[in-house]
Design a protein around this ligand. Structure first.
Ligand code: PEP
Length: 253
């Protein structure tokens, strides 16, 4: 089973609307030749989604959001719902990012409810899992990602699951310049795929794309993306420069 590589850029809380428009235009132009081979998405902050959607029209770059609320509407001051994102032209929603877990108290059960909301709105989830340095050093990496993955994905059918993307992001490698070695990453990715086969079945597990995230850069992307179970990258810092991001996209096999 060949899985189409998927590279997504998470801009986090960066870029004004004017800056986001300029970067989105640069990214669109820089990756226009990889249309068939690699799937590409960018996740600007909420404030820039609508204007950036216009820049990405008729391009091969999809629009992603960095979070959403689990409810469709209601008294949730400061939140944004999945149907609201759909209306703006969003395709993907990043859920359970470690910064959301760390700074906003997000839990596996909460991520599970958000996945349901995303699917109901006709959007697609990128579900993030990953261990802290303390958990890795205690030898708990595989059990931590297992709990996160099963907690986030429980209750969804294999047919729904085939369209999910999972992102393995070791917390100690996010924004730190420390990257998991390709061997460390591949070990976890293979484990995640085996877990997906247990949650659903082999066929579905073979279809789900598992991105790696954590200080991915142009110079380490090819090695990571060359691993059997690494099907793409979720890129933070390096997605804020069009040339750096495009180089990662082009490094996909
Ligand atoms: C991320 O936040 O998803 C991420 C992987 O960040 P960085 O590439 O900056 O480590």
């Amino acid at each position: 089973m060949t899985r189409r590589p998927f590279i997504a850029g998470n801009w986090k809380m960066n870029k004004t609307v004017a800056e986001a428009l300029a970067l989105a235009r640069e990214v669109r132009n820089a990756v226009s030749q990889v249309r068939e081979r690699v799937e590409v998405a960018i996740a600007p902050p909420f404030t820039a989604l609508h204007p950036v959607a216009k820049v990405l029209e008729d391009s091969n770059v999809a629009l992603a959001a960095q979070n959403c609320h689990a409810s469709e509407s209601g008294a949730f001051t400061g939140e944004v719902s999945a149907p609201m994102l759909k209306e703006l032209g969003v395709t993907w929603v990043i859920l359970g990012h470690s910064e959301r877990r760390q700074f906003f108290g997000e839990t596996d059960a909460g991520v599970n409810r958000k996945v349901a909301a995303v699917l109901k709105a006709g959007l697609k989830p990128i579900v993030c899992v990953g261990e802290t340095l303390e958990e890795r050093e205690a030898g708990k990496t595989l059990t931590v990602v297992e709990t996160q993955l099963k907690g986030a994905l429980q209750g969804f059918s294999a047919a729904e699951g085939a369209g999910f993307v999972v992102a393995y992001e070791p917390v100690w490698a996010i924004g730190t310049g420390k990257t998991a070695t390709s061997r460390q990453a591949q070990e976890v990715h293979a484990h995640l795929r085996a877990l997906l086969a247990g949650v659903w079945n082999q066929e579905t597990a073979a279809q789900v794309r598992i991105q790696y995230g954590g200080s991915v850069k142009a110079d380490n992307a090819a090695e990571l993306l060359g691993q059997a179970d690494i099907d793409g990258a979720l890129v933070g810092g390096a997605s804020l420069k069009a040339n750096d991001f495009a180089a990662i996209v082009k490094a996909a096999p």
